[in-house]
Design a protein around this ligand. Structure first.
Ligand code: HDE
Length: 708
């Protein structure tokens, strides 16, 4: 059994664990290979005596063609890469489980959603959209958030994003959208960024993108880490209960860790200093046992109410404001195990929105409908044939049998002589299962359809600005400022001035004149009020759109940089470490070099990293520890830059003892986020509260004066 799975800190009875154990081991362990204690062999199982030298005609002679060991090794190596995903190429993933809350059977007959006594294994992959596999994690981009549920009734994939709306309304526009946002075709630039002409050309010509672009320009698109992002199914789906009653639902999943964001300067610097920042964070959090957790919920709309909104439920550029339909929690999921092998698990996992199980069905959202086809199709070239469902990471944990045969990379050896149905040779096996309340055959929801075959868009899809306005106006003032800054930054990179103007005048002015004028002013574009009669949303401000609605109750896994030098006060370090342990926070002692520093009692203080290599941008808060070393610290440019940068990025900073003098020396304004004391214990509660809220937004103006 895989040892890491034992680390689960999740509450669960032994009986429950045992029940779920068989599922996990079946799926995961059948395929894991462990070479411990084993001989090195060729792929044919021949033991290798020399893995250091190729076969040559004499020690200084040419290599012989007959060296099958060399040829096999190099041939395999030559084919070690597969095509990366056309979108969402850069991703990270982890295993975990989902557990339903009680009482969902009124909504659905899906077993994994209705049985609170089972933990369904899941695999999650979180990704950026634009950049290639090797691009930086912290770019401004929407994050993909895909969940594979290995249920007893088949695999269910919930393939969502961290924004609740998408850029286009009809799948036929997807290749256009992706071609526009990807690096430009003539020079393959920029990597991992939408700040270029073709993207803004497209979105300024296609107003249905307005709402999703607003999300992409907001702080949602620069998350601090992947543990603190929300997820959304985006489309309207259906749930069907045992009586055959259908309801419309939108899926939401919300992190227990709260929502946190990067500031833009930090995001850009991290892209260079630690391009793996997000994947490192997720990996380390799980290794340390800080298992991230999300609550899955649904917004429910009765079929009879389908038409009662001022937007169309089938339009993926719209949210249902939570003021109109609250989110009903239906379960939770936890990520508690890292992968053993990036390629076999994260790269080879194949999601598809068409992977559904009885009790769940599609809506007619035209974007969703195109997705149902696209995902399996793309795997054919990415994973090299139609048998990718047999790869360990994609394989259902329940039995699966059919008459599909052969194809590239067939990994099973089907027995039986009949690969067709009906047959009498194999007594007609495998055979159909009638639909039933639970564990039955899949039956599509019997939706009544009565319409003309037509290539057109419904009028109910024609309002593109009211919800973009709703989103902007629901943000806190500092979040609105970030949106203005983001549009300014992105459009400043657009070389063609008419594209800049079109975005500001034709799109932004229809969303919010003040927003358009602020961006216009920054770009030197005069904006006039739109003459078009603007539709307004029935909800004008929605509480759950701002980060402010998602402040966590604890500071679990938050990282604190503890800056020390020789002659540091050991008592302060002890107090900080005791507090951090109790709060499940990570306090790293950062030293001038990797060597231990000597404390004021001449003892050694071990280093968790040197300040130069562990920059402030990688931490959530900073403590400058007291000690008889003010003169040394004043001479240390790295430490001073550390403090300036943390201040600029609006982080809580504690100055102990005479280290408070650094505030004046560095010309920093003392504020609610700069705490001063001789004893850490006196301000630890206040410090915790600041870290929970994550940034000192009130400092933003003062921080502008600090050089980046
Ligand atoms: Fe995707 N999308 N998409 N997408 N998408 C892919 O499938 C596609 C859309 C999303 O971690 C591809 O296996 C079309 C919406 C995620 O492996 C591809 C359309 C949403 C991932 C594809 C959309 C998503 C993908 C590329 C419009 C949010 C990463 C590789 C009709 C609800 C999954 C692959 C992973 C990946 C097609 C629109 C989310 C090409 C045609 C809307 C999270 O099949």
């Amino acid at each position: 059994m895989h040892d890491k799975s034992n680390k689960s800190e999740v509450a669960g009875t032994d009986a429950l664990d045992k029940q779920n154990e068989s599922v996990k081991s079946k799926q995961l362990d059948d395929h894991r290979s462990d070479a411990t204690g084993q001989a090195l062999t060729t792929n044919q199982g021949v033991k290798i005596a020399d893995n250091q030298n190729s076969l040559k005609a004499g020690v200084r002679g040419s290599t012989l063609l007959e060296d099958f060991i060399l040829r096999e090794k190099i041939t395999h190596f030559d084919h070690e890469r597969i095509p990366e995903r056309i979108v969402h190429a850069r991703g990270v993933g982890a295993h975990g489980y989902f557990q339903a809350y009680a009482g969902n059977e009124k909504f659905t007959k899906a077993g994994f959603l209705t049985n609170p006594d089972i933990q369904t294994p899941i695999f999650v992959r979180i990704s950026t959209v634009q950049g290639p596999r090797g691009s930086a994690d912290t770019v401004r981009d929407i994050r993909g958030f895909a969940i594979k549920f290995y249920t007893q009734e088949g695999n269910y994939d919930l393939v969502g994003n961290n924004a609740p709306v998408f850029f286009i309304q009809d799948g036929i526009k997807f290749p256009d959208f992706v071609h526009a946002v990807k690096p430009e075709p003539h020079n393959e630039m920029p990597t991992g960024a939408s700040a270029h002409d073709t993207f803004w050309d497209f979105v300024s010509l296609v107003p249905e993108t307005a709402h999703a672009v607003m999300w992409a320009m907001s702080d949602r698109a620069i998350p601090r880490n992947l543990r603190s992002i929300q997820g959304f199914g985006v489309h309207t789906f259906r749930l069907i209960n045992a009586e055959g009653k259908g309801i419309f639902v939108k899926f939401h999943w919300t992190p227990k860790q709260g929502l946190t964001q990067l500031v833009w300067d930090e995001a850009q610097k991290l892209g260079g200093k630690d391009p793996d920042f997000h994947r490192r964070d997720l990996y380390e959090a799980i290794e340390k046992g800080f298992y991230p957790e999300w609550e899955l919920g649904i917004q429910i709309v009765e079929e009879a109410d389908e038409m009662k909104f001022d937007f169309d439920l089938l339009d993926p550029t719209k949210i249902i404001p939570e003021e109109l339909v609250p989110v009903t929690p239906i379960g939770k999921f936890v990520l508690n195990r890292n992968v053993d092998n990036y390629f076999s698990e994260i790269e080879q996992v194949a999601f598809c929105p068409a992977h559904i199980v009885p009790g769940i069905d599609f809506s007619n959202d035209p974007l969703l409908q195109a997705r149902l086809f696209s995902y399996t199709d793309t795997q054919l070239s990415r994973l090299g044939g139609p048998n990718f469902h047999q790869l360990p990471i994609n394989k259902p944990v329940c039995p699966f049998h059919n008459n599909q045969r052969d194809g590239m990379h067939q990994m099973s050896i089907p027995r039986g002589q009949a690969s067709y149905q009906p047959n009498s040779i194999d007594q007609n096996w495998p055979t159909e299962t009638a639909p039933a309340a639970h564990d039955g055959g899949f039956e599509s929801y019997q939706e009544r359809i009565d319409g003309k075959k037509i290539r057109a868009r419904s009028d109910s899809f024609s309002d593109h600005f009211s919800q973009a306005r709703l989103y902007y106006q629901s943000l806190a003032p500092h979040e609105q400022k970030h949106v203005v800054d983001a549009y300014t930054f992105e459009l400043s990179k657009v070389q063609r001035l008419h594209i800049r103007e079109r975005e500001v005048q034709e799109i932004l002015s229809h969303i919010d004149l003040d927003l358009a004028q602020q961006v216009g002013k920054n770009l030197g574009i005069e904006v006039t009020a739109s003459k078009q009669a603007m539709r307004t949303s029935s909800v004008t401000k929605s509480a759950k759109l701002s980060f402010e609605a998602f402040v966590p109750s604890d500071i679990k896994a938050r990282k604190i940089a503890v800056l020390v030098h020789d002659k540091v006060n050991q008592a302060s370090i002890d107090a900080i470490q005791k507090w951090a342990k109790a709060e499940h926070a990570v306090a790293h002692i950062l030293t001038p070099t990797p060597a231990p520093v000597i404390n004021h009692q001449h003892g050694k203080v071990a280093s968790n990293g040197m300040q130069k290599a562990e920059p402030s941008i990688a931490y959530d808060a900073v403590i400058v520890v007291d000690g008889d070393n003010d003169a040394e610290v004043k001479q240390d440019g790295v430490t001073k830059h550390y403090i300036l940068e943390a201040y600029k990025h609006l982080k809580p900073i504690v100055f102990l003892g005479t280290k408070k003098n650094l505030l004046e020396a560095l010309q920093l304004v003392q504020d609610d986020g700069t705490l001063i004391s001789d004893h850490f214990e006196q301000l630890q509660d206040q410090f915790k509260d600041l870290i929970r809220h994550h940034r000192i937004w009130a400092r933003e103006k003062a921080a502008e004066a600090i050089p980046a």
